[in-house]
Design a protein around this ligand. Structure first.
Ligand code: MF3
Ligand code: CO
Length: 238
């Protein structure tokens, strides 16, 4: 998974640079797929439950699972969530970032910073023996203290030979509850944070998740291995 994670990290860095006004989300998808295959890996999302693309590209009020399209061009001021999965030697990597397109207003910048900080707060608590609820609670606390809400209907997950494995990792929880982490587990921690209410709905394409109230949303995800020394983030470019 560390090998898959490096590839995913590289692609997110590449897409972050490519995400400029005028570029379509389909162009980003094509660049990602080229890079994944060029590194000898497979796009883990493509064909997963029938998903048609290699990345998810979710804009503004879209939370996750936005389908790339040549018709969706980026505009200055957009918040763009990019989610990438790669599989190599049978092992999966999965990570996401939300990036500003051109200049973004101050609330948008704050949403990105808080969502990223909530992921970092969770990762800082990952170590053998830690309880999952404690980690989930850290995400919720970080986001709600900033006046935002966490998505409850979509969650993080364990990962391995399957992209989605046990346990589910909500972005909310009770400290001191839940299963204890052990060395060798790999967790996909993925806060989804909304400026408005927490509720979401799925569009008629059966994929795109949007906020119910039209407010904006951000998404950051890393896969993280539990080691004796604590968290090892796997989805960083080499
Ligand atoms: N990172 C997302 C997840 O963890 C990606 C799923 S998109 C899908 O669920 F197409 F693969 F379903
Ligand atoms: Co994931």
């Amino acid at each position: 998974m560390a090998v898959a994670g490096v590839i995913v990290g590289e692609i997110l860095a590449l897409l972050t640079k490519l995400a400029q006004p005028g570029v379509s989300t389909a162009e980003l998808d094509a660049a990602a797929e080229d890079h994944i295959r060029g590194r000898g890996a497979l796009p883990a999302f493509k064909g997963y439950n029938g998903y048609p693309a290699s990345i998810c590209a979710s804009l503004n009020n879209e939370v996750v699972h936005g389908i790339p399209s040549p018709e969706r061009k980026l505009h200055a001021g957009d918040l763009l969530s990019l989610d990438v999965g790669a599989r190599i030697n049978g092992w999966n990597g999965d990570a996401a970032v939300t990036v500003p397109v051109g200049a973004v207003d101050s609330e948008g910048r704050r949403l990105l910073a808080v969502t990223q900080a909530s992921l970092e707060a969770a990762i800082a608590l990952v170590k053998p023996g830690a309880q999952l609820g404690t980690i989930c609670h850290a995400i919720e606390t970080c986001a709600t203290a900033a006046g935002f809400s966490v998505v409850r209907e979509w969650v993080g997950h364990g990962i391995g030979r399957q992209m989605h494995e046990e346990p589910q990792i909500p972005n909310y929880g009770e400290p001191g509850t839940g299963p204890r982490l052990a060395v060798g587990m790999v967790l996909a921690i993925e806060p989804m944070v909304n400026t408005g209410g927490f509720r979401t709905r799925v569009l008629g394409d059966n994929w795109t998740v949007v906020t119910a109230d039209g407010s904006r949303s951000a998404h950051f995800e890393h896969i993280v291995a539990v080691t004796a020394q604590g968290a090892r983030i796997l989805t960083v470019a080499g």
